[in-house]
Design a protein around this ligand. Sequence first.
Ligand code: 2P0
Length: 323
Amino acid sequence: MKGSAKARANIALAKYWGKLDSALNIPVVGSISITLDALWTETEVEFNNSYDADTLVLNGEVRKDLIEHATKFLDLLRIYAGVKTRAHIVSKNNFPTGAGLASSASGFAALAIASANALKLDLSQKNLSIIARQGSGSAARSIFGGFVEMHAGQNPDGSDSFAEPIIPSESWPLEVVIAITEKREKVISSRVGMTQSSLTSPYYLGWVKTSTKDLSAIREAIYARDFERLAEVSEHNCLKMHAVTMTSQPALIYWKPATVACIHAVKELRTSGVPVFFTIDAGPQLKAICAPDNSKKVQEVLQSIPGVLDTLVTGLGADAQKT
Ligand code: 2P0
């Protein structure tokens, strides 16, 4: 029983940081993201009764360190399908893994679809999003293309904690310039970081309390195609999340000097009349969002900053799909 799928990474404009329920992976706040066309994961899964354990090959390497989490995730699909068959997963990312470029988002979205396909499960995108969430919160959003909203939900069983599309990518074809300042995998996972923040940051409650306001403002800016408003609230939301991570104990400081230099460069570009804004996830890479006409200029500026190792430019991408 084989299945394969492709899913794209996403970056959040209104960010997810913190969990209401760690076991079911229910986020404490809703989030809004854009799906990126050029950053993807391709995954093949084979369920075979001759296997006595699940195995995972990621980017050509056997990853025993990731198998426990992958097995728990596959169990969700095995329960749906009523089987106990073990699986072999072969997955590859076309971008740096685990470095703040949402590889767990595209990874678990692709794994959910590939496994459902292999097990001949006919699941709706909503149910795939609920399943993907349990692998990685941000993966729930990578089931969909374009602009996507993740609902934190209210049900204790997580049945209303899923993502859904806001508008498709063609409706507002923005581009994203990614400035890569570090290619190594990060040491502390988002999962651990979120727990650390919720237990220790004095700003965590403020973060949770103000999230609904940011979500509404970002959703409305997207519906109105209001770039200035989207820029203002997204940057604020990003800096607020990083204020929480930096004030956690131990502190989580994701930025490199080049990340900070990129923040200033984006601010200066905007002051000089180029419509562009930044966001940064739980890693050192900066993502600059702009209209397609401006991406070349933004890329030139970011690429010239000392410490920027590479830049990538991408448009917005489509739904994850079986391949
Ligand atoms: C986001 N991040 O909204 C935020 C912004 C990182 C910073 O979602 O614990 O890897 O697997 O649910 O999805 C990264 O968190 O965390 C993330 P888990 P995930 O994109």
